[in-house]
Design a protein around this ligand. Structure first.
Ligand code: S3P
Length: 428
């Protein structure tokens, strides 16, 4: 599907974004490992989280959708059953890597695969610690890429010093650790999103966090719980960037997760001069949530590097668009992990904004943008990557002429109603 974006003057309105993708995955997974009923409200019915539901169902867990909520009836840690076919994680790295952790703890054989993009993404990073815990785990291309075959069970607790700042790696090890005796510990090179830790605690597991060191105690009793998923900041950021960069905008995005390990983009936008009002802060199912109002104005360039990178890694395509619309230089460094996402997002961002007329230079671990050049509508490749499609749309809102986005249906991965939402708040 090709979508055409026309320039708009401003964005105005009062909207909600769909539920957080990372938390939706984890809620289904922990619901499957808990005993009794877990009810999940504001679940993200995007393709990635639906993949998690299907994988968990293939393991014998009763998951069903009742109106707009998901109900999981778990039978405890030992209730998962050997699937009779390959498990398909679709486009979802979180499904594949976190489920690998769970399957490492289960005494049966399973195979995880995914679409062409996911089969190009590195799996060694989870396979290595899971093998060290005692799982039998093999994959294609010298243990690099899915399909990945796992024979689990008999897992031992380890302390794992992760070479990569990845919440998926941390979470895979912690989830496998649930099946071991004693504490399993992950030491991260930089802190990453902590949804797994928060949700494990919320379900009643013993979790200890000391700076970059996270431990979970194995074989907990996890009763089913009610989980309310906050709105996804990674979806909200596209609307916030567009609102911030267009004078005259006044947009309220309600119910957005502002977990500090996810909200780096808000700090960066504020540093760039965005007028954001973060109000009505509250805690929902152990996660901080707020309503965010953005007023349009002028942005200036900034530096984005170091330990903040994992706190905004998924927001960098949106922030790159903000930088192209800002005055002055923006430098993004230490973000080589962007190359291992649904597509190589460094190359993709440079191509997208370059074709739209921005002054952008690729670096090994990021990019440099000299903002302020007028953007031109173009024919844009989404690379089948939901966040690239949304970045192209936001750039198109402030470009001259029409922007056409190819394979734009990929927004259904994380924000199925994205284009409708954009239309509903656009002021021509
Ligand atoms: C995620 C972790 C991040 C992020 C991804 C979701 C998660 O990936 O980019 O979109 O839910 O744990 P990495 O762990 O590879 O950094």
């Amino acid at each position: 599907m090709e979508v055409a974006i026309k320039p708009v003057h401003a964005l105005r309105g009062d909207v909600q974004v769909p539920g957080d993708k990372s938390i939706s995955h984890r809620a289904v997974m922990l619901g499957a490992l808990a005993e009794g009923e877990t009810v999940i409200d504001n679940f993200l019915f995007g393709e990635d989280c639906l993949s998690t539901i299907r994988v968990v169902q293939s393991l014998g867990v009763n998951v069903h959708i009742e109106k707009d909520r998901v109900v999981v009836r778990g039978g405890g840690l030992n209730a998962l059953r050997e699937p009779d076919d390959v498990l398909d994680a679709g486009n979802s790295g979180t499904t594949m890597r976190l489920m690998a952790g769970i399957l490492a703890g289960c005494p049966f054989f399973s195979v995880l695969t995914g679409d062409a993009s996911l089969r190009r993404r590195p799996m060694q990073r989870v396979m290595q610690p899971l093998a060290a815990m005692g799982a039998g785990i093999m994959a294609r291309s010298g243990n690099s890429y899915a399909p990945m075959a796992i024979t689990g069970g008999d897992i031992r607790a380890i302390t794992y010093k992760s070479p990569v700042a990845s919440a998926q790696v941390k979470s895979a090890v912690l989830l496998a650790g649930l099946f071991a005796d004693g504490p399993t510990t992950v030491i991260e090179p930089a802190r990453t999103r902590d949804h797994t830790e928060r949700l494990l605690s919320y379900f009643g597991a013993r979790v200890e966090v000391k700076d970059k060191q996270i431990s979970v105690w194995g074989r907990p009793n996890l009763p089913g719980r009610k989980v309310v998923v906050p709105g996804d900041i990674s979806s909200a950021v596209f609307l916030l960037v567009a609102g911030a960069a267009m004078p005259g905008s006044d947009l309220l995005v309600r119910n957005v997760g502002i977990n500090p390990t996810r909200a780096g983009a808000l700090n960066v936008l504020i540093k760039m001069g965005a007028v954001l009002d973060i109000a009505n802060e509250r805690l929902v199912s152990g996660e901080p949530v707020a309503d965010i109002r953005v007023l349009g104005g002028r942005l200036t360039g900034t530096q984005i590097s170091g330990d903040i990178i994992p706190y905004l890694i998924d927001e960098l395509p949106a922030l790159a668009v903000a930088a192209a619309m800002a005055e002055g230089e923006t430098v993004v460094r230490d973000a080589a992990e962007l190359r291992y996402k649904e597509t190589d997002r460094i190359t993709a961002v440079v191509k997208l904004l370059g074709e739209m007329g921005a002054d952008i230079t690729e670096r090994e671990d990021g990019f440099v943008i000299h903002g302020g050049r007028p953007l031109q509508g173009a024919e844009c490749d989404s690379f089948g990557d939901h966040r690239m499609a949304m970045a192209a749309a936001v750039a198109g809102l402030k470009a001259r002429g029409i922007t056409r986005i190819k394979e734009a249906e990929c927004v259904k991965i994380s924000f199925p109603a994205f284009f409708d939402t954009l239309n509903s708040i656009s002021v021509q």
